[in-house]
Write a protein that binds this ligand. Structure first.
Ligand code: FUL
Length: 492
């Protein structure tokens, strides 16, 4: 390939190539896989959306042990946990000074419990990050719809959560609202909410109805083939996000996929928005069961290991983070079936990704920008270094190749690629080929974007050389990791 013949990239592509994440987005992206915990009065009423009229007396988990949730998450390979501190029913899992509809009014721990504290502490003890879900829509609070008063109330509750429970990695604002045409109309003061979060927890990302993390647009675990983190600013429109969110309490929404928004950031899409592009990376959220809350009737509908791995590869292996919901049961424990599945998942992920088969390889590339960005930078096994070390060709070179030459033939069925996203997201199309001792090249994978991480899955091959050809990229590609793994799984 003669990269010198590539035409000079248009200025707008160069601009797009340089849109990059904030430090807090970077920290979040590196978490990759973390848990959602949906738990409230609904767990005891067998509902998905509470009415707000539930008697707090029904909230009485008899064996609640936050340590069990956290250990299960950790074993599964998760790095954090987001708790529904208040869902749409308005019941607070902490004894808020601003509401009486809280755990303090329940028999649990004789009214002196604080579940937000128990979970935050358990996370800290186990080394998991802790995040909060605070539903903007509140069906219990009388002043909901009296916009100014409710905004003050919401800010007061947010302040409690952001000051009393240590470091928070994420504030998750749900777009769902089921008020309908004749319901209460609340005008949320998003700017004030964001300002308070930035003031009290500057490291926290604000997700979904927020500027840092983009909802992937469905709750079914569906992932885009090409997930761009660089998208037009209008993707951040909260009204649109709310329109696309759940509006009625039915079970269909969680299964719906909107195939019309499959491309959010290709050249064709961003061409007209060159000066209005933002780094707005995707999060895929889905539940391990059909519902978000626990229902005994769903004990035998826990997603299979293959289903979970397929979402994992689509999300974490497709430039997104994976937020997997786990609903504790009436005892206040994760059910045995869920725990078993999560253990299986953790074990498969550990076995698959423990040993990089590219270790000891030699790396060659079509060109390198300078000595500091040589091909061998992609083989760095030190996690810290790996985030800073990367290979790249000269600026303006949009097509390039890199080859790994292994010390001996190896069998593998996964290739992990990572871009140095601190420089931006650049790769648009690539292919992978291998060759064995006989020297013949064989295509094994064709892909589009890479971004933070792309895990390419293909039937196992045995080879000595692996070649990545970057056929299209923006301005010049970067690569910080090129690894090989063997999952031994036939199916995913
Ligand atoms: C939706 C909500 O309505 C569901 O109950 C759940 O919390 C999910 C994560 O978001 O929009």
């Amino acid at each position: 390939m003669n990269s010198k013949l590539s035409p000079a990239p248009a200025d707008w592509i160069k601009t797009a190539a340089q849109v990059s994440p904030s430090e807090r987005q970077m920290r979040w992206q590196e978490m990759e896989f973390y848990a959602f915990i949906h738990f409230t009065v609904n767990t005891f009423t067998d509902r998905e959306w509470g009415t707000g009229e539930e008697d707090p007396a029904i909230f009485n988990p008899t064996e609640l042990l936050a340590g069990q949730w956290v250990e299960t998450c950790k074993d599964a390979g998760m790095k954090g946990l987001i708790l529904t501190c208040k869902h749409h029913d308005g019941f607070c899992l902490w004894p808020s000074r601003y509401a009486d509809h809280t755990v303090a009014a329940s028999p649990w721990r004789n009214g002196s419990g604080d579940l937000v504290r128990e979970v935050a502490d358990a996370c800290r003890d186990a080394g998991l990050k802790f995040g909060v879900y605070l539903s903007p829509w509140d069906r219990h609070e009388a002043c909901y719809g009296d916009s100014e008063r409710y905004n003050a109330f919401f800010l007061a509750q947010l302040r409690e959560l952001l000051t009393n429970y240590g470091d928070i990695f994420c504030v998750w604002f749900d777009g769902a609202c089921g008020e309908g045409p004749n319901g209460k109309r609340q005008v949320y003061d998003w700017d004030a909410y964001y300002a308070l979060i930035r003031e009290l927890q500057p490291e926290a990302v604000i997700s979904v109805c927020g500027p840092d993390v983009r909802w992937c647009g469905n709750e079914a675990g569906h992932t885009r083939e090409s997930e761009w983190s660089v998208v037009p600013t209008h993707m951040q429109d909260n009204e649109k996000i709310q329109e696309q969110s759940q509006q009625v309490d039915d079970r269909e929404f969680a299964k719906k996929i909107n195939t019309q928004d499959s491309d959010l950031g290709s050249r064709g899409i961003i061409r007209d928005y060159a000066d209005q592009l933002i780094w707005y990376p995707a999060e895929v959220n889905t539940s391990i069961r059909p519902g978000w809350f626990y229902h005994a009737s769903e004990d035998d509908q826990v997603k299979t290991l293959d289903e979970l791995l397929s979402v994992y590869y689509g999300a974490v292996g497709g430039n997104a983070c994976f937020l997997l919901n786990l609903p504790p049961d009436k005892r206040g424990l994760l059910h045995e079936n869920d725990v078993q599945r999560l253990n299986e998942m953790g074990s498969v992920l550990r076995t698959t990704f423990s040993g990089d088969l590219a270790h000891g390889a030699q790396a060659e590339a079509s060109e390198t920008m300078d000595e500091a960005h040589g091909a061998s930078q992609v083989l760095n096994s030190d996690e810290e270094l790996q985030q800073e070390a990367y290979w790249c060709p000269c600026e303006g070179t949009e097509q390039a190749w890199m080859e790994l030459i292994l010390p001996e033939e190896k069998t593998f069925d996964r290739v992990m690629l990572m871009e140095h996203i601190r420089s931006g997201q650049r790769i648009e199309r690539f292919r992978l080929e291998v060759s064995g001792e006989d020297g013949r090249w064989q295509d094994i994978y064709a892909g589009t974007v890479v971004g933070y991480k792309r895990i390419c899955c293909f039937p196992k091959v045995t080879a000595r050389r692996v070649r990545l050809t970057i056929q299209e990229s923006r301005w010049c590609p970067t690569l910080s990791k090129f690894s090989l793994f063997y999952s031994e799984r036939e199916d995913v």
